[in-house]
Every structure is written in C-alpha cells, then in structure tokens.
Ligand binder design. Sequence first.
Ligand code: ASP
Length: 294
Amino acid sequence: MKTAIIVHGGAGAWDTDSERLEQGRRACRQAAQAGQAVLLNGGSALDAVETAVRVLEDSPYLDAGRGSYLNSEGQIEMDAFIMNGRTLDLGAVGAVQLIQNPIRLARRVMIDSPHCFLVGRGAEAFAESVGIPRCTLDDLVARESMDALDIASGHPLTAVTSDTVGATALDHYGDLAAATSTGGTRRKLPGRVGDSPLVGAGGYADNRTAALSATGHGEALMKVLICKTASDFVGQGFSAQAACETAVRLLHERVKGLGGLIAVDHQGRIGFAYNTAAMPYAYAVGDQEIMSGH
Ligand code: ASP
C-alpha cells in the first residue's frame, strides 16, 4: 500500500506576508519529512503522526508544546489527541501543564491506561507514573520572542491567530492514524479545553473512512464534530478533498465557524481545506517529494 502523510500548523488569522507564517510552513515540511521517513521505513501510521506532531510541538513558531499561548493567568495548559484507525483506540489529555510533548502523553494514555482521556493533575500524575518528565514553564514559553519577531518585521500580531498542529497518515499496512496538539487559544480562561482533544472534533481516524485533524475556533469546531462529520462524508463516497471542503463549508453555514481540516482517506488520498487567512500544511505521498503551502 502506498503511504501518505499530511500535517498542518493551524488555520487562523495569519498575516499572509509574515516571517512567522513562513517559519510555520517550514516546520510543517520538516514534520512531514520526519513522518514520511517513519512510513517509508515500514513504521506505523501511529508512529508517523506522533513523530510529525512532536516536530511541530518543538517549533517555537506554533501553538503546541513549545510556543503554546499563555492563558489569562500566564500559565500554559495544553490539549492533545491521538487515534488508531484500525482499532478506534484513542488517547487524549486536556489542560496539562509542564509537559514538553503532550502528544507523547496522549499516546501513553491510549496504550498504558484503561482510559481514553485524562485531564489536569491526574494526567500529570499519570505522566510521572510512566516516566514522562515534567519540564519548566521556560521550556515552553517562546511566544514573547515570537511576538517580538513579528513586531520587528513590521507585522504585529492579530488577536486570533490559531496555530494548533496536527498530522494524519496512512501506512504500508493500510492503517490510518490522526494526531492533534495545541496550547489552545490565546489568553483563554484556566481550565478551558477546546476541540483538539475531543474525539470527532479535533481529530478522528477510522480505517473504513479517513484520518482527520482539525484546527481553528474550537468552540465552533466541536459543535459540528467536524472530523467525524468529514469522516462520515468519506463513508458516503466523498474523496478526502471533497469531504474537507464540504465539512469546512458546513462549519461556516451552521455555526459561522472559522477553521481548517486535513485528511488522508483509506485510499491514501490527501485532502485539506480552510476558510481562514492561511493554514500552513505539508504532505507527502509514498516516496514523492514533500509538497507544502499555506
Ligand atoms: N482549535 C484550537 C482550540 O480551539 C485552536 C487552534 O486550532 O489553533 O484550542
């Protein structure tokens, strides 16, 4: 089976002329390349999406892991989600603090706990129990320097930039997987959890249909269960691309939502759509060269 991977760096009010968007696109290229290498070496779709999302979480330019937005109390609370399309197993964490790579923790929740979704202090205690170390706030805070970069280059930030990250992949064995990770929205209330870790909203994967990851205004995305909705479209015979476009249109028609979606369907076809100023993305089919844009 021909492998495929697509990643995103968030759909939002990006300044389309900014250095930050270019850096976001570059991070997506690196992530897609890292995921492609896993797939071409015979690795699983789950390994590929976790690897790709870890690259994106480590980028200071994107709102996940390092680079997450601060909440209204100056803390960072992160959400992450991963799903196995073969078994429908999933792992998610919500409002976790001081974890370098929340996607890694979400995967351990899926594999090593009897649960699907852990939040806050319980998720952090679980991290410790499986040997995932705590980091410091300084390890995660990169926003101030990023804001300075924008201002220095004459592109001050707009208020609602969204740069959550995600990846979806199909492996050599025909298995699909999806992963999403975020620091959530800028200056959110403590305890706010968005769409990203919610199954069917921030992500979904089913070998019978597609693997999907969403981004944008979480309060809208969760109302239309955007990823499950698009997965159902694939089940009705839509291609990955048609499903993404139709779901993003529905998001706006139904709840005036702004956001974006990426997908790989069970035939390995790539899809992406967004109704915001930009959404950096990158994808690779088989061993072909990485395609990217925003
Ligand atoms: N969907 C994310 C949230 O609402 C934000 C984003 O996509 O950037 O937390």
